[in-house]
Write a protein that binds this ligand. Structure first.
Ligand code: SAH
Length: 222
């Protein structure tokens, strides 16, 4: 999978992409991420990427020309299945959308800033709009990092234990059962005896029961 990210703050991605699972996936060549600084696609000498909104009102708006230049340059190199604008009013991200998008070969993520982007970008250059929740961030970068992380961990070979993404919350409409590690007893708080029984079938049944019960308690709408 290849993810091209268009942003005016490429440095914001350094942290999220330089540790842990995403870093390893990049090193193994399972995902290629390229950051594109929108300012490099401006044509005026001040490298302007935003301007005042027509009709006034507070806040700046990201201009169409640099975004169009950047997307066009990328499209000349390869075919993109999706050009996604991160937007609070987009389709809300969930595990089934992550599963679906993780199967794509090449996608572009566009990060907005300020008041957002010129509406003509959304009308003509974007194939999809995704929100990471009903709240407003100051920019699309954190949202794009969340989306990228959620997709990358689903790519086969990225997680060590192949089945581990499948046993995570939401994959089967359930949240995960509880997990424990050593020590077996801490402050008189014990690990459920069943998990130490070695009885594999009973343990699986217990995990499923727990997952169902937790889902009922915490997320009944699932
Ligand atoms: N004026 C806009 C918000 C702009 S916030 C509105 O009210 O809808 C600035 C940028 O942050 C947006 O262009 C978008 O790219 C990003 N952003 C903010 N909240 C987001 C969210 N919940 N999900 C995805 N992107 C978000």
């Amino acid at each position: 999978m290849r993810i091209d990210i268009i942003t005016i703050f490429p440095e914001m991605f350094v942290g999220p992409f330089s540790e842990s699972i995403v870093k390893r996936a990049m090193q193994k060549g399972l995902v290629e991420i390229e950051l594109h600084d929108l300012r490099a696609h401006t044509t005026d000498k001040h490298n302007r990427v935003d301007d005042y909104a027509f009709s006034g009102g507070a806040g700046m708006v990201m201009m169409i020309e640099p975004v169009d230049n950047c997307i066009s340059a990328l499209k000349e190199k390869r075919h993109y299945e999706e050009v996604i604008y991160m937007s609070p009013d987009g389709e809300q991200l969930n595990q089934s959308l992550c599963n679906q998008l993780s199967l794509k070969q090449n996608i572009i993520l566009l990060c907005g800033h300020y008041k957002g982007v010129d509406e003509r970008i959304r009308e003509h250059l974007i194939t999809r709009e995704i929100s990471i929740g009903d709240y407003v961030l100051s920019g699309g970068e954190l949202a794009a990092a969340v989306l990228a992380d959620s997709l990358i961990r689903l790519i086969p070979g990225v997680l060590n234990d192949e089945t581990s993404a499948l046993s995570d919350s939401f994959q089967y409409g359930l949240v995960s059962p509880p997990v424990y590690t050593r020590p077996r007893i801490y402050n008189e708080w014990e690990v459920p005896a069943i998990l130490l029984s070695g009885h594999e079938r009973k343990i699986e049944e217990w995990k499923l029961d727990q997952a169902i019960e937790r889902t009922r308690q915490k997320r009944p709408e699932l």
